[in-house]
Design a protein around this ligand. Structure first.
Ligand code: FAD
Length: 363
């Protein structure tokens, strides 16, 4: 029976970050991942400054500097009318999640060769006073001092260890797609508030751009997305260059605790926040860092750090709910429209918005 100090289930961005940080500290880790291959599709694209700090400490600074686009600010529109530009105090980086995961995976292989076991699922768990046993889909058993569930929103680890979560599904629906970038925005983002709901646009590496639109009606292909964007912003998307398209809904859940006996949770297994505002993966990376730095060989060593991270997650969940609300149809005289104007005009308010958007206020 194989034994490691920390077993991690899930090799998404959070599980891979955690494994890398622990391996860097000399902790023995094994990561079980049920997918044989990484998903080529990228949900998250934004890496905010505090998560950049974590990835740099892990040794990925040079790769990020070479591959990612630094987002300097965002142009704000109401429909077709440009209201102004919000400069950001520090630049978030735009890098597709699949690429972030590829960098993390390759780096883990250099730090702890063979630690990642692809094609292996967690099936069941047995807790003992001094260790935890994981039964895997190949019939093998792995023992560990601690198990960390980084296995996403439907986390088996969370369910098998009896940790509940609270939150809700939102009624909002969105469609996003990646296209060639033929805009004048360069490395800036653009937000188009409108009577019909928000349209967001973010730069990606290799002259690509992501467009995201809130849906009021049925829309499923790149032509539908282009029609929505045109109706709300007057801009035409180059539909023949669409490389990926995905509808998504909004959910917001936080687990009641991130630590129970010998089981901890991180990433979407612990907290799922609305993608509007782009903070879910970032929050997960911060949780992984908090856990890795606090670990000193016993689950008790994590209590303080994971309680603090739980509070952070609740804050981020509240702001994600606010962001989702801001994306809904906006009448010209609504208080939300007035708030946008104020944020663009008052330097202290725009500074505050910038800090919240880039998650610097959480440090
Ligand atoms: C449309 C959309 C856009 C988003 N944009 C952003 C953004 O711009 N910025 C941002 O910060 N966040 C964003 N997010 C959120 C972000 O994608 C997630 O927060 C992030 O993927 C969570 O990472 P994770 O490692 O916790 O989980 P996941 O990425 O879900 O990875 C979990 C892994 O666990 C594996 N697994 C599951 N069960 C088992 C099992 N039993 N055994 C073994 N393996 C298992 C899965 O195969 C998977 O690889 C977005 C989300 C969506 C839906």
């Amino acid at each position: 029976m194989e034994s490691v100090e920390i077993a991690i289930v899930g090799a998404g961005p959070v599980g891979l970050t955690l494994a890398g940080l622990l391996a860097q500290r000399g902790v023995t880790v094994a990561v079980l991942e049920r997918r044989r291959e990484r998903s080529p599709h990228s949900r998250a694209i934004g890496i905010h400054p505090p998560a950049q700090d974590v990835l740099r400490a892990l040794g990925l600074g040079e790769a990020l500097a070479t591959e990612a686009v630094a987002i300097g600010g965002g142009h704000v529109f109401y429909g077709k009318r440009r209201l102004g530009r919000l400069a950001l105090p520090e630049a978030p980086l735009a890098l597709p999640q699949a690429r972030t995961e590829a960098l993390l995976e390759a780096h883990l292989e250099t730090l702890a060769p063979g630690a990642l076991r692809r094609g292996l699922s967690l099936e069941s768990l047995t807790q003992s006073p001094d260790h935890i046993e994981l039964q895997t889909s190949s019939g093998t058993t792995l023992t560990a001092t601690l198990l960390v569930g980084c296995d996403g929103t439907n986390s088996s680890v969370r369910k098998l260890s009896g940790m509940g979560r609270t939150g809700r599904l939102y009624p909002d629906r969105y469609l996003m797609g990646d296209f060639a970038d033929d805009t004048e925005f360069g490395s800036d983002a653009a937000l188009f508030f409108s009577r019909e709901g928000i349209v967001e646009s973010f730069p990606l590496p290799n002259q690509q751009r992501r467009w995201v639109a809130r849906l009021n009606e049925r829309a499923q292909d790149s032509k539908d997305l282009a029609a929505l964007v045109f109706a709300r912003t007057g801009r035409r998307l180059p539909t023949d260059t669409c490389t990926w398209l995905s509808p998504f809904g909004i959910e917001g859940f936080v687990a009641e605790t991130f630590l129970k006996e010998r089981v901890a949770l991180a990433g979407d297994a612990a907290h799922v926040v609305s993608p509007i505002g782009g903070q879910g993966m970032n929050l997960g990376i911060l949780g992984a860092a908090a856990l890795a730095h606090a670990w000193d060989g016993t689950p008790e060593s994590l209590k303080v750090a994971l309680t603090a991270h739980h509070k952070k997650a609740q804050r981020v969940a509240r702001r994600a709910a606010f962001n989702t609300h801001m994306g809904r149809p906006l009448a010209p005289l609504s208080p939300r429209r007035a708030l946008i104007t104020l944020a663009l005009r008052l330097p202290r308010l725009s500074q505050k918005f910038g800090e919240v958007f880039t998650m610097r206020d959480l440090a």
